[in-house]
Ligand binder design. Structure first.
Ligand SMILES: CCCCCCCCCCCCC/C=C/C(=O)SCCNC(=O)CCNC(=O)[C@H](O)C(C)(C)COP(=O)(O)OP(=O)(O)OC[C@H]1O[C@@H](n2cnc3c(N)ncnc32)[C@H](O)[C@@H]1OP(=O)(O)O
Length: 308
């Protein structure tokens, strides 16, 4: 049921037009992001990862990880004061992320984001809000990528007026679905330890939510200590898929979908298991120390090298 601190009016919320936002980045932002998701975190001369941080011919040549696109949404996600929407931000969790990349991300760009509400569901104990951000290159007007961010608002459900729970979605039902993990052995597995300071480094890419840095705020939100950003965990998982399945080629990634299943603490070890189904990589990521599955999803790729 909605708590006294939350207020949902779905009609007002769906009628609200979200403003366009701008996002400008350069090679320094690309490198800081890559470090934030663990590039070169275990080995500073790993050639599969150094290319996301450094290029001997100059920073213009560094490669951009496809999950960098998730940062484009940041400016659209910080304001919570909308008509029909009053909510305690400490109870908000990132539920899912869906990213479609139209063409490889340049190492610097200025973007215009068109933002809309793509979904709203009443799950009783929670409300689920889906925000879509389409990012266009300034100048050419070309669509570079689409993000769909699902936020899980604990304690904000129970706002439906009829006997049927409120449910609105304006995108194809096959996009961003929860995946079925194959029963067979994975094609490949990648293990990587996050640093105790991982969230403090990742936040420098622009997500300054105190849930990831402030011990007192984390306690108010119901956690013993700050938790890792969901998009940081997703970054680790997709980086592993690029390394193990895409032969290190970040431009092979077309579509990314991930559902955050439980929280990760900075310093924990992530094990990503991968299965190939045609041009789709199904994956799940576990925390080694607690043997918990924390993330699952899929990545659609453009093609495969014949050696796989
Ligand atoms: C116009 C308005 C604009 C508003 C702007 C808002 C901007 C805010 C944007 C902020 C961006 C995010 C900030 C970042 C925060 C983080 O990074 S938090 C860290 C990452 N996330 C997590 O760690 C979450 C991990 N997951 C969990 O802890 C749990 O899965 C859960 C989310 C708490 C849900 O578990 P539980 O309560 O047990 O749910 P269930 O009973 O299993 O399911 C209930 C229904 O909800 C559906 N569901 C479950 N999990 C998810 C999910 N992750 N995403 C989407 N939907 C989920 C589930 O299917 C059930 O539905 P039904 O099957 O229909 O019943």
């Amino acid at each position: 049921m909605a708590t006294s601190d939350s207020e949902f009016n779905p009609d007002l919320l769906l009628a609200h037009k979200l403003p366009e936002t701008q996002y400008t980045y350069n090679e320094r932002d690309v490198a800081i992001y890559a470090l934030g998701i663990g590039a070169c975190g275990q080995d500073a001369v790993d050639s599969d990862e150094l290319k996301f941080v450094y290029h001997r011919d100059g920073q213009d040549f560094i490669q951009v990880l496809p999950t960098f696109a998730s940062l484009f949404t940041l400016g659209s996600m910080t304001r919570l004061n909308f008509p029909g929407f009053k909510y305690d931000p400490s109870l908000l969790l990132h539920g899912q992320q869906y990213i479609e990349i139209r063409r490889p991300l340049p190492s610097k760009a200025s973007l215009i984001n068109k933002v809309s509400l793509a979904g709203l569901q009443d799950k009783g104990k929670a409300a689920i809000l889906e925000i879509e951000t389409k990012s266009y290159e300034q100048g050419s007007g070309e669509l570079l990528c689409t993000n769909r961010t699902t936020v899980f608002l604990r304690g904000a459900g129970g706002f439906s007026n009829s006997s049927q729970p409120f449910s609105y979605k304006n995108y194809p039902s096959n996009q961003g679905l929860a995946v079925k993990i194959p029963q067979r052995q994975p094609l490949t597995v990648c293990e990587e330890r996050t640093q105790p300071s991982q969230a403090l480094l990742y936040r420098l890419s622009g997500d300054y939510n105190p849930l990831h840095s402030d011990p007192e705020f984390a306690k108010l939100a119901g956690f013993p200590r700050p938790i890792l950003h969901g998009l940081c965990t997703l970054g680790f998982a997709i980086k592993a898929i690029i390394k193990c399945v895409c032969k290190g080629d970040p431009t092979a990634v077309k579509t990314i979908s991930g559902r955050f299943l439980t929280i990760v603490f900075p310093g924990e070890t992530l094990i990503t298991e991968m299965w190939l189904e045609n041009l789709r990589v199904i994956y799940q990521t576990k925390v080694k120390e607690r043997n918990k599955i924390v993330l699952s999803g899929y990545v659609d790729i453009r093609g495969l090298s014949s050696s796989l």
